[in-house]
Ligand binder design. Sequence first.
Ligand code: SF4
Length: 377
Amino acid sequence: MEKDKLDPWGTSSIKDYSRLQSEFGIQPVGPLLTRFKKPSPHLSRGIDFGQRDLARVIDAVDGNKPYAVMSGIKPDGVFHLGNKMTADDMIYFQSLSKKSTVFYAIADVEAYADNGLSFNESSKTALRNVADILALGLDPDQAVVYKQSEEMRVMRLATIFSRGVTNNMLKAIYGERQIGLYMSALVQAGDILMPQLPDFGGPKPVLVPVGADQDPHIRLTRDLAGRYGSEFGFLPPSAIYHRLELSLTGGQKMSKRVPESGFTLDDTPAEAAKRVKVAFTGGRDTVEEQRRLGGRADICPVYDLYRFHFAKDDEHVERVYYECTEGIRLCGECKQEAIGLVKTFLEQHHKKREAMMGDAKELLAKSRSYLSSTGKE
Ligand code: SF4
């Protein structure tokens, strides 16, 4: 059987999530669920399936100790559903304690290495991306936003780390790639470990919410945290992994690189509705067969839209699954219901985002002055 490939810059497909445990050492989330007073929809619906050292972050929440949640966005376009998944996790873990701080990197170095996007072009998209995450619920009072290319502490860490890795190490983790991509991986390691520098209060648990395909970055950074532990006191970063959402065209992964595989938070409700209308489903060939055999929700991207994003609550997700697999629900009506939910979400999100543009500018400016006041140039 072909092994699942984890490629943070490609189109990874993961058919068997349990294999990630034996092959890469990702641990299941299940045994820790009872430690959450109110698990997020991602936790209760099994979307967040894996973790590394998540208990350390929960201990910090329970002990009212500082911790960071770190992630970023590659500003190569507008927010898509994959970005929303990571944002939802960040917002949830931020909300668990007043002692949390979200560090949000605008990954312009990676956008340049992977997509050839100039730093100027990245800047234009960044503001809108920040407005998106604020509209989704990020608390700006507990957040720091920065551009990788402008944050010297991140670049310095990347430079220091570059002496601790060899070409062979990077090749073993990422395969043969351009030096620019290897460099952007070291910059990301700098992003993840920066919250533990003395400027930000020193070593602390840092949680990185990611799609399962991003695990190579987590493994590299944990390795580097160990190598530089005696110098900086770094704790290995914790991670929580979410499943990859099925493509609307029927593939294994919704991807920004394949626009028709999903939709963005910039699409009009009508554009998004059109994508859902023609989406692949797990339905049967005829109504008679569907009634008799039931649909296949497990391979259906429309079901993923309910489960990952738009269902009203867990009971709603369970009802869609039950009605589908029992042949009670047909795909046409199921898509119509999903389209209604998507349209309502987008209409509300667009209004909220417009209202947040000023706050986004303010957060970027506030972060810039906070970062420069902590910087020891
Ligand atoms: S009924 Fe809905 S969930 Fe089931 S296969 Fe059809 S579209 Fe997918």
